[in-house]
Design a protein around this ligand. Structure first.
Ligand code: ATP
Ligand code: MG
Length: 349
């Protein structure tokens, strides 16, 4: 049985996942690792961005780690065969409904002088975004011609069970962190927001009364993230607001090349782990991509799917020490190559 399925994908994906493989082989030699082409690379070889065989293997693995998909060379491919369609099919096929996006500022990077930008020292937020419902998937959804132009309709739908299961993920996470959940919606103007607040409140009273719960309108949350970001521990929110708030929060931390993410389904089902960055066509093939976001995605996989929190702690500490000792790829103001950054982490393990 496969423990970890690697889907290197396109662009810098294969470069950063190669470093994940080295780290995994050193840290957990007993892990059964498998690998399949994915995205544009799979399209070129098999005529589809995600083969049935790869999806079946993903669903039968304990954890799936992907690099990145897409690139200009597949821009002319039919929409349903594009690399990004493969990613959506993978998420849907694996039924991963909870997107976990940490926004964490690594202490050694808090000195803005090397990054040439401001970061929020000590920031440690976990955003829990609902991933397979809401306005991105609701129907009806269409554009039609009307007198004087067109009319476009999107629909936001959420049900009690959908809100409850994402709420549970957030409360469970908070218990392992600083025990605080901020739930974001627009209950002042949206019925789905009203239901969201009601379900989260009920769930809290029923099962998680020990966790501190706060409701915050999403527009206020966007403002508070900039004004006083350290007030947050876990933020739970819907698909659309989560998309926006997690991108906003990531920019408070320094680098795209450092941030991992996880997408989880029901307990016991495999999780999908990926760096938040894309395929970075501008630096692909140059060997200078920062592999830490991918390596930290593996850290999340060890914690949430592979049941090895001890190894996750060791890996997290090793990354911290490597950064402390000054290991920096160009995105962090340094000169290390992707491989050298991987070696810097290996040296600390
Ligand atoms: P996508 O549409 O695939 O999400 P994007 O437009 O968000 O892509 P990215 O591919 O994430 O863009 O890249 C944005 C910028 O960040 C690019 O200049 C890229 O080179 C840089 N970048 C992304 N990931 C890394 C990384 N791991 N290391 C160094 N630089 C990176
Ligand atoms: Mg992007």
């Amino acid at each position: 049985m496969t423990d970890l399925l690697l889907l290197p994908g396109d662009g810098i994906g294969p470069e950063v996942t190669a470093q994940v493989r080295r780290v995994a082989e050193r840290l957990a030699p007993d892990l059964a690792i498998d690998e399949r082409p994915f995205g544009g690379t799979s399209y070129d070889r098999h005529g589809t961005p995600l083969t049935d065989e790869a999806l079946a293997l993903a669903k039968a693995s304990k954890a799936v780690l992907m690099g990145a998909v897409g690139g200009p060379q597949w821009a002319g491919v039919p929409r349903d065969k594009r690399p990004e369609a493969g990613l959506l099919a993978l998420r849907a096929g694996m039924e991963v409904f909870a997107n976990l996006r940490p926004a964490l500022c690594f202490e050694p990077l808090a000195d803005a002088s090397t990054l040439k930008r401001e970061v929020v020292e000590g920031l440690d937020i976990m955003i829990v975004r609902e991933l397979i419902g809401g306005i991105y998937f609701g129907s009806p959804r269409f554009i039609e011609e009307i007198p004087g132009g067109k009319r476009a309709v999107d629909t936001q739908v959420y049900t009690t069970p959908e809100i409850e299961r994402i709420g549970r993920v957030a409360f469970e996470l908070a218990r392992k962190r600083r025990n605080k959940v901020t739930s974001c919606e627009k209950s002042n103007v949206m019925d789905s927001g009203l239901l969201w607040r009601e379900v989260i409140t009920d769930l809290h009273q029923r099962d998680y009364a020990d966790v501190q719960l706060e409701h915050m309108l999403a527009d206020n949350a966007a403002m508070q993230l900039v004004k006083n970001p350290r007030q947050f521990d876990v933020i739970v929110t819907d698909n659309l607001f989560g998309d926006i708030l997690s991108d906003e929060a990531s920019q408070l931390t320094g680098s795209l090349g450092l941030l991992p993410s996880a997408a989880l389904g029901e307990p016991g089902r495999p999780g999908l782990y990926e760096p938040i960055h894309g395929s970075a066509p501008d630096i692909a093939g140059k060997g200078i991509a920062n592999p830490l976001a991918a390596i930290l995605s593996f850290e999340m996989a060890l914690r949430w799917s592979l049941d090895r929190p001890d190894l996750a702690d060791r890996l997290f500490a090793a990354v911290g020490r490597a950064l402390e000792k000054g290991a920096r790829t160009p995105d962090l103001g340094g000169k290390l190559t992707t491989i050298q950054m991987g070696e810097a982490v290996l040296a600390e393990l």
